[in-house]
Design a binder for this molecule. Structure first.
Ligand SMILES: Cc1cc2nc3c(=O)[nH]c(=O)nc-3n(C[C@H](O)[C@H](O)[C@H](O)COP(=O)(O)OP(=O)(O)OC[C@H]3O[C@@H](n4cnc5c(N)ncnc54)[C@H](O)[C@@H]3O)c2cc1C
Length: 392
């Protein structure tokens, strides 16, 4: 495999780099990293991406995708991560949009896809329930047909950013008579519908990302159903593949590794740079090797997708390995930051790069505990990998 970039690719890289340097300015960086302004900042940032035509690299060109080669997509993500810009909020553009353009009606495509591209609707994902996480097909939220509406009763849990959402894509039970995977239906529900209540869940990092969502006789027009009634499991699984591909975050881990290396070079331990400590250098080297291997696995998967193949259980492998690497990097960051990691952001002087690095370590570490749970827990990804990839 020739991994050198062609002249066209190098020119593309320069264009992408220049775009991020200009468009991801200090104002937008401050907004997206502050909880109080995150939503507003992300919408503004996504508008800038969309104005450039780069909001939906994963979509087919006819719906507004970029038509990039695998190499171009790879360059875009690498440059995006290195600039410090966040990835797009995935629930609309990465998760529900492929379900809509693959299985939706023409009306649904025309109604929802342009609004997703332009960040007019904020989406959230209503899959998990109190008794249905890993065993998702056990979900109980009920949808009963009443004329040209479904009436929904039940609840969802761990719903990321439901507090901001205009729409929720939901798995609901329309039939109990057959296997539990049958009788599940995929609905698009307006969060302003009467009967929906959102209750916050605060997480260990001290922030409010998660929620419970309750449905009390919520009426949803039948026209908001994706595909056939009772076939939602098929659509739900194809969405999970897209979700897991996006969780590997190889480019962001490369940035985290570069930051870690830079800080360790400056940090002195007993008179020498931490990078010269053989034990530390070995731990860093181990993660770097795993990350390089993952990068090539991701490229192989992207190349398959570009050839029209459907990424299947390989996405589980990427999710599993990608999140283990993220957590290893977060642990190393905590170790390097030492007791400075206990300070809150702002407690330390912000003109010192080392202090910035240290004060965010704890937040990243605690938030990062969740990555081996969301998108399907890593234990479950191991089961999928052993069965469908290794054939055990
Ligand atoms: C930060 C965060 C954000 C999330 N966002 C969303 C969201 O926006 N929308 C949404 O619908 N859901 C979301 N989730 C929910 C997530 O998908 C579930 O938490 C996940 O699927 C695990 O389900 P559970 O929490 O019910 O755990 P359980 O399924 O009860 O699992 C408990 C433990 O048992 C293990 N286990 C379960 N079954 C097996 C098995 N067969 N073999 C081996 N081990 C097993 C699991 O690995 C886990 O360690 C989010 C979760 C988190 C943490």
């Amino acid at each position: 495999m020739d991994t050198r970039l062609s002249d066209e690719d190098l020119a593309f890289r320069d264009e992408v780099r220049a775009f991020f340097a200009e468009a991801f300015d200090e104002d937008i960086a401050a907004k997206v990293s502050n909880t109080a302004t995150m939503k507003e900042g992300m919408i503004e940032w996504q508008h800038r991406l969309n104005a450039k035509g780069w909001m939906a690299p994963n979509w087919p060109v006819e719906h507004g995708g970029t038509g990039w080669s695998v190499t171009q997509s790879f360059i875009f993500q690498s440059e995006r991560a290195m600039s410090g810009a966040p990835d797009v909020i995935p629930f609309g553009v990465v998760m529900v949009a492929p379900v809509i353009y693959t299985y939706g009606t023409q009306e649904q495509k025309e109604r929802f896809l342009p609004r997703i591209l332009n960040s007019e609707d904020w989406w959230c994902q209503g899959y998990s329930e109190p008794g249905a996480g890993s065993d998702l097909a056990s979900l109980k939220t009920k949808a009963e047909l009443d004329g040209d509406h479904y009436v929904i009763n039940g609840s969802k849990i761990w719903t990321t950013y439901a507090q901001y959402a205009d729409w929720i894509f939901c798995l609901v039970r329309t039939d109990n008579s057959g296997k539990k995977q049958e009788g599940i239906t995929f609905l698009l529900i307006d969060m302003k519908s009467p009967g929906i209540t959102v209750r916050p869940i605060e997480t260990i990092d001290g922030f409010h990302h998660l929620n419970e969502v309750f449905f009390d006789n919520v009426r949803v027009p039948v026209e908001n159903r994706i595909g056939e009634e009772g076939k939602g499991w098929t659509y739900a699984k194809s969405l999970l593949v897209h979700e897991r591909l996006s969780i590997a975050e190889v480019a962001d881990s490369k940035r985290a590794l570069a930051e870690l290396r830079e800080f360790a070079r400056r940090e002195v331990n007993g008179g020498a740079s931490l990078l010269d400590d053989p034990h530390f250098a070995q731990r860093l080297g181990d993660v770097e090797i795993d990350l390089m291997a993952l990068e090539y696995t991701e490229l192989r998967t992207l190349a398959d997708v570009a050839e029209g193949k459907h990424p299947g259980p390989e996405s589980s492998l990427l999710k599993l390995q990608g999140t283990e690497i993220q957590q290893a990097l977060q642990e190393l960051r905590m170790d390097v930051a030492g007791y400075y990691s206990q300070a809150l952001q702002g407690d330390l002087s912000d003109d010192d790069y080392g202090h910035d690095f240290a004060s965010i370590a704890q937040k990243l570490y605690f938030r990062g505990r969740a990555s081996s749970i969301y998108g399907g827990s890593n234990e479950v990804q191991k089961n999928i990998t052993s069965k469908f990839v290794l054939g055990l």
